[in-house]
Design a protein around this ligand. Structure first.
Ligand code: F0G
Length: 458
């Protein structure tokens, strides 16, 4: 059979509600033309993020009931630890309430008196922010292909090994670690090849530094390796994931993605000294080392999620449904980051709305229009999020790309939701020339995209 189906049936449903176009005009205006300020109940299909938005399986709900809420040494912790160890092979597994808590602890513990440097394919925003918060620096060195939206490459998330080599030499002991984010979220959810991870680890280790895997979407990355990398076509997904982690010295994880859970994460490593320092900080900020900011039931939900996420029929459905969404809009001429990534479709809003300059925020215009037209919510990743003001001229320095990300929650929507969404986007594409830009009327001093407000330009 050629048709790939959702490998689940639906046991509980959560109604979603369509609004009228008139209602949406009023809702968006009240939200200051920023979809972040729209109530979830006023959104029909929510592609804001794939983080913490997964549907849990019946086995995960059963695991929730098994959760052991003992403060210390809970049985849930040992089930969690066993599953994380099975996949990652690390001897120290420290639970945290979400990915950024692992980052906060790791970069705090690795910080030294002299400012240091981290080299990564593309640091996710919270990773970069936690590195910069302690006074260190994060440099993104993805391969050049990773920066060209229309260019297809099987592993567009790879780190540039030549640049890695020369930066390691240039910065010497200042380099505190190499960070490989799988898949590369900020670069379009693009995978990293096994060969690239292996070689990056070799360079890091030869240099005397560590390799950290930001593992949020490790299972999706493993499936891309199986599909695209020579020699892995017949390798079980668990073995691929195990090999990925075998090259690393530590893993930070947001279990809100490939943990198939609504909350949680971990920091894992082999170095007992590092782990000891991390646990001390964990007690200060998250909780006792056997729960780390989570309820016992959350640890059990993650443990069960990890048993499900490397199942081939799940990952085949997952990557195929993202690709299917992309194909439906590409057919109509919509420009996207090629090839589509694992968890999201990234529309190139700069090319979609060529007539709207970066100063008028084409990504935000597009995110708003897909809400007005069909009740979809995506997120602008462009000059609203990353634009800076030039202190000399007061003018905006635009972001390198103007994108709208449609991140697909795991096991939540069906094919007809995707068909509908593609239709909305394609109808907006057909009337793109009628759309006008926006003026930003309020911006917070940092992370302004969450609370910015806008007015339409007429
Ligand atoms: N690393 C990556 C690659 C991520 O995508 C995220 C979160 C984090 C770390 C932080 O994890 O949210 O559990 O603290 N990404 C979400 C997103 C927010 O929408 O892409 P967290």
């Amino acid at each position: 059979m050629k048709t790939i189906i959702e490998p689940f049936k639906i046991k509980a449903v959560e109604p979603i509600r369509m609004t009228t176009p008139e209602e949406r005009v009023a809702i968006l205006e009240a939200a200051g033309y920023n979809p972040f300020a729209i109530r979830a109940e006023d959104v029909l299909i929510d592609y804001l993020t794939d983080s913490g938005t997964s549907s849990m399986s019946s086995e995960q709900w059963a695991a929730i009931m098994r959760g052991d809420e003992s403060y210390a040494g809970s049985r849930s912790f040992f089930r969690f630890e066993q599953e994380v160890a099975r996949i990652t092979g690390f001897s120290n597994i420290i639970p945290v309430h979400q990915g950024r808590a692992a980052e906060k602890i790791l970069f705090d513990v690795l910080h030294q008196d002299e400012p240091g440097i981290y080299l990564g394919n593309t640091h996710f925003d919270t990773t970069r922010a936690n590195i910069e918060y302690v006074g260190d620096e994060a440099l993104d060195i993805v391969i050049p292909e990773g920066l060209v939206p229309s260019l297809a490459h099987p592993f567009k998330g790879n780190i540039d090994l030549e640049r890695l080599k020369s930066l390691l030499t240039e910065h010497g002991e200042k380099v505190r670690g190499v960070i490989i984010t799988v898949t590369n979220n900020s670069g379009g959810g693009q995978p990293v090849s096994m060969a690239n991870i292996r070689e990056a680890a070799r360079l890091a280790h030869d240099h005397g530094t560590i390799l950290v895997i930001d593992s949020a979407r490790f299972a999706e990355n493993a499936y891309f390796i199986k599909l695209r990398e020579d020699g892995y076509g017949d390798t079980p997904l668990l073995e691929i994931a195990q090999e990925m982690f075998s090259y690393a010295d530590a893993s930070t994880m947001s279990a809100k993605k490939d943990g198939l859970a609504n909350i949680g994460g971990w920091l894992a490593c082999n170095d007992d000294f590092l782990a000891g320092n991390a646990r001390n900080l964990l007690i200060l900020t998250e909780g006792f080392p056997t729960y780390g900011g989570l309820a016992g039931r959350d640890l059990d939900a993650i443990a069960q999620g990890l048993r499900e996420v490397l199942q081939e029929d799940y990952l085949q459905y997952r990557l195929r449904s993202t690709a299917y969404f992309a194909e439906k809009i590409v057919e109509a001429g919509v420009p996207i980051i090629q090839p589509p990534g694992g968890h999201a479709v990234y529309i190139d809003a700069g090319a979609f709305l060529e007539h709207i300059p970066p100063e008028e925020f084409p990504g935000q215009v597009l995110a708003n229009e897909i809400y007005l037209h069909g009740g979809l919510r995506g997120v602008e990743i462009g000059s609203v999020m990353f634009g800076k003001t030039d202190p000399a001229t007061g003018k905006m320095i635009p972001a390198p790309l103007e994108l709208v990300r449609l991140a697909i929650p795991r096991r939540v929507y069906t094919q007809s939701h995707v068909d509908y969404s593609a239709e909305v986007i394609n109808e907006v594409f057909a009337k793109r020339h009628t759309l006008k830009g926006l003026k930003m009327t309020y911006a917070a001093p940092f992370l302004r995209h969450f609370t910015a407000r806008f007015e339409p330009l007429v």
